[in-house]
Design a protein around this ligand. Structure first.
Ligand code: CUA
Length: 309
């Protein structure tokens, strides 16, 4: 993942990068010009009258800033109007809800129309605009995918709209961009841009109910999941738990790139480390550390969750 601000991967981010570069280069040139004039005037032995102070004051102090700032204002108003324009017809609709400290993501199943609830990962089809409805379940968060567009606040009680359109496949960072408490820095949405066919296959797989455990270890893991009442907060579709929405849906947790909203890279070992040591890894998260479970139970839980592809 390269620096997303300097290497935009979508039209909106490109427009923001151009205005950013214009401000940086323009500001640097004006600063250098002012410093050159200052040096010249400090070293000049000419009497002040010859320098025509009135001309410099009116020209450099009034006319020049008025022209430059008016041009920038016009440019930024036009850009804001373009970035805030309604999404074109045929755009994909997704909703993203901020929670302390993770993101719930909802797609609509194109076949059945039912909601597909996921967490911490947003996958997008290459070249097709996606309208993201952003809101919050608790405090104000802010969704920022710098490679694709500017920030949009996630505010409880309202839905803000963000249009994402990617023209390069890849994995992009989506950090929370509004301080929201202790683990604000561990609240990452990973954005994965896929070729359209691959995206459709992925979405169809995510719409499926949870995979059935195949090995004895995985079956013991599922039993432990039920006995430890993990389903009181986490949903695994098909396991009888209601969609409580208070914790990430785990139906396809094994297919995700990371755990704990970007805290760990996802693999069976990381799943065990996470379950037994949440509070060490992400202190203040709403899940307790299950550090009293014995090693075989933890291993079985890790194996069960990892096969939920
Ligand atoms: Cu959520 Cu910062």
């Amino acid at each position: 993942m390269n620096n997303p601000v300097l290497f935009p991967a979508g039209e909106a981010a490109e427009a923001i990068a151009v205005i950013g570069w214009a401000l940086l280069i323009g500001g640097a040139l004006i600063f250098a010009g002012v410093m050159a004039l200052l040096t010249r005037s400090l070293n000049s032995h000419e009497p002040p009258r010859r320098l025509r102070p009135a001309l410099w004051l009116i020209g450099g102090g009034v006319v020049f800033p008025a022209v430059v700032l008016s041009a920038l204002l016009g440019w930024s108003i036009a850009l804001s109007a373009r970035l805030g324009a309604p999404a074109p017809a045929g755009a994909l609709q997704v909703s993203v809800t901020g929670h302390m400290w993770w993101w719930q993501v909802r797609y609509r199943d194109p076949t059945s129309g039912a909601d597909i609830v996921l967490a911490n990962e947003l996958r997008l089809p290459l070249g097709r605009p996606v309208v993201v409805g952003v809101n919050s379940a608790d405090v104000i968060h802010s969704l920022w995918v710098p490679a694709l567009n500017g920030k949009v606040d996630a505010v409880p009680g309202r839905v803000n709209q963000l249009v994402l359109s990617a023209d390069k496949a890849g994995v992009y960072a989506g950090p929370c961009a509004e301080y929201c408490g202790q683990q604000h820095s561990r609240m990452h949405l990973q954005v994965v841009v896929l070729p359209p066919r691959e995206f459709e296959r992925w979405l169809a797989a995510q719409a499926q109910p949870a995979a059935t455990p195949q090995t004895e270890l995985q079956r013991r893991g599922r039993q432990a999941f039920v006995e430890q009442r993990c389903g009181a907060c986490h949903t695994v579709r098909g396991l009888g738990a209601a969609d409580a929405g208070v914790a990430p849906d785990l139906t396809h947790v094994g297919s995700r790139l990371s755990l704990g909203a970007g805290t760990l890279r996802n693999d069976p070992g990381a799943l065990v480390a996470w379950i037994s040591g949440v509070q060490r890894l992400k202190s203040g998260a709403h899940m307790p550390s299950f550090d009293t479970l014995d090693a075989p139970t933890l291993q079985a839980l890790g194996a069960y969750l990892a096969q939920l592809q």
